[in-house]
Write a protein that binds this ligand. Structure first.
Ligand code: GTB
Length: 216
């Protein structure tokens, strides 16, 4: 059965591929699994029907063969476990790739999100100018460690995996800051991920949705 995901009818990121359906689309493209997209408005996201799928009233969701999932980590893991291409066959390498998915979501993404929310919602506050360098330094501490681990490798642990897909997705949120530029190998890592044909297809598809929302 073809899975169905949900995405914003009119994404606030204006088609820059920052909304979290992007990582699910990308994963499905990597494994060659076609999918349907159900577009939702903000009002629909907060309505009971959507909350049955996503208790927090957010996108994306994922439905497949009677299974409904939310949380991009769980969705990516499901896709990666059901299809070849995103997790290594060797059990230990597989466990390490999954660890990188968790590292992206639990260790690297939180300070990036805290900074993003401060820039989006608090830039008019009198303390913002003092707080931003603190938030920057928290992000940079994670980036420095990640950069050290990556070194001159292409990917975090051997071949490209769901761990890289998640980590590159998380790092892309720094695009409007100069924080990634301080770590040339991380900048190249994100560029390498974005150069993947599956990424390009996913990006084009979510951008087409945004463009359609502007002409509707
Ligand atoms: N932990 C959940 C997951 O990983 O699935 C988080 C899901 C989530 O945050 N979804 C967001 C959402 O539905 C959309 S992606 N928000 C609405 C709400 O909570 O009411 C987050 C996002 C939104 C906008 C931008 N942007 O404009 O750049 C980037 C990312």
């Amino acid at each position: 059965m073809t899975p169905t995901i949900t995405a914003f009818k009119a994404s606030p990121d204006r088609g820059r591929g920052l909304a979290r359906d992007m990582r699910v689309r990308w994963a499905l493209e990597e494994v060659g699994q076609p999918y349907h997209v159900r577009l939702v408005t903000f009002a629909e996201m907060k309505a009971p029907a959507h909350r049955k799928l996503q208790p927090f009233g957010q996108i994306p969701t994922y439905e497949e063969d009677g299974l409904a999932l939310f949380e991009t980590g769980a969705i990516l893991l499901r896709i990666a476990e059901r299809h070849a291409g995103l997790l290594p066959a060797d059990p230990r390498a597989r466990a390490r790739a999954i660890a990188w998915m968790f590292a992206a979501l639990n260790t690297v993404e939180p300070p990036i999100l805290e900074r993003a929310y401060a820039v989006l919602f608090e830039s008019d506050k009198p303390w913002h100018v003092e707080r931003l360098p603190v938030l920057d330094s928290r992000v940079d501490a994670r980036l420095a460690d990640l950069s050290h681990h990556l070194g001159g490798a292409d990917w975090l642990d051997g071949a490209f995996s769901a761990g890289d897909l998640m980590m590159a997705s998380v790092l892309r949120r720094l695009g409007s800051s100069n924080l990634l530029e301080r770590h040339a190998n991380l900048q190249a890592y994100v560029a390498r991920a974005e150069a993947r044909p599956a990424y390009a297809r996913a990006f084009a598809d979510q951008l087409a949705v945004f463009n359609a929302s502007q002409t509707a």
